[in-house]
Write a new protein. Structure first.
Length: 337
């Protein structure tokens, strides 16, 4: 692939898209690089015919341009014929409104608050904390993976926490050559209000992170820079898929503690949409939600991430403390100080 400073996961995705495209070109007996707008449009129609969403089709188009632009100078994403076709196809193949995840967030939260974060097994605390930090920050799994231990900031009462991100990390769709995205440097997460008896809210991401840091710093090796580390092999560096597995384990843990079996699909990436939806439903200002999720437009949030909360989740929110959502320092995400 042509050298280009894009995220490793994006590189793998582009390579996968390119493989699909080249196989299609072989079947259609056309050249994948030295092609024309008619073939590009025909390929886009093929992708829509396979049931792919517009966002995925755009990803394929971006991959083709990345591989070919340095040779042919053609920027297919800027071609008027391609743009008009995409507008038409996106209307014809419009997806229904995003449905809520099949798993029940109220069951997960009810189960997780049963865990004593000061005394539970480290692995249990890892699953609980990684899930709650993802939920409280609205971060993608890659961004949670890039969180580091160094520079963790908080006040004396841990009423908030500031978590720094690896300097080498590239957020989704961030390309330094284009300057289209400001580097993500840190996240500020406010604490949830204490309970009526003065004790910490067991679902507070800041409280759980405090417990996690205090308990893991004892055995943390100086070479381990990530915030979240393996519970067993302390020197092993983790991959993004490992973070996904931990977040999924948090969902499964909540179900098991409620004596329920989770038999439906559950994925780490669903926590991001759940985070924004819960925060907005709890009255967090939309500007704060957009800032925390790095959504540049409200239409992006409502079209692709926000969903109608099921009755069980609405009932849970009515009986429990509000959910706050983190934000970059200097940009929203207010909370207790």
């Amino acid at each position: 692939m042509v050298a280009n400073p894009i995220r490793e996961t994006s590189t793998l995705t582009y390579e996968s898209h390119w493989a699909v495209y080249t196989r299609w070109c072989i079947q259609e007996q056309c050249h994948p690089i030295y092609t024309n707008v008619q073939n590009i449009c025909k390929y886009l129609q093929f992708l829509y015919g396979c049931g792919l969403a517009t966002s995925t089709v755009l990803g394929h188009l971006s991959a083709i341009s990345t591989f070919t632009v340095h040779v042919t100078k053609e920027k297919w994403g800027s071609d008027l014929t391609v743009i008009n076709l995409l507008k038409h196809l996106s209307r014809v193949h419009r997806k229904p409104k995003r449905a809520s995840p099949e798993w029940d967030i109220s069951v997960v939260l009810n189960g997780l608050r049963r865990i004593n974060s000061r005394t539970c097994a480290i692995a249990t605390l890892l699953y609980k904390t990684s899930f709650l930090v993802a939920l409280g920050s609205g971060f993608r799994r890659g961004e949670v993976h890039a969180m580091i231990r160094q520079g963790l900031k908080h006040d004396l009462n841990w009423s908030y926490v500031v978590i720094h991100i690896q300097k080498s990390f590239l957020a989704k769709a961030q390309n330094p050559l284009r300057g289209n995205k400001k580097a993500l440097e840190h996240i500020r997460i406010p604490a949830l209000p204490r309970l009526d008896d003065g004790s910490a809210n067991p679902l507070c991401p800041v409280f759980n992170l405090r417990c996690y840091v205090n308990r893991t710093d004892i055995t943390r090796h100086t070479a381990q820079v990530r915030l979240f580390i393996p519970a067993v092999n302390l020197l092993q560096d983790i991959k993004i898929d490992t973070v996904s597995r931990w977040i999924k384990k948090g969902i499964e843990l909540g179900y098991s503690l409620e004596d329920q079996e989770i038999s439906v699909a559950h994925y780490a990436h669903q926590v991001r949409s759940t985070s924004g939806t819960l925060a907005f439903a709890c009255g967090v200002p939309l500007t704060n939600v957009l800032d925390a999720g790095r959504w540049s437009h409200s239409s992006t949030f409502f079209k692709n991430y926000y969903y109608d909360l099921p009755a069980t989740a609405q009932a849970w929110l009515a009986d429990n403390s509000t959910i706050t959502m983190g934000g970059r320092v200097g940009g929203g995400g207010s909370g207790p100080q």
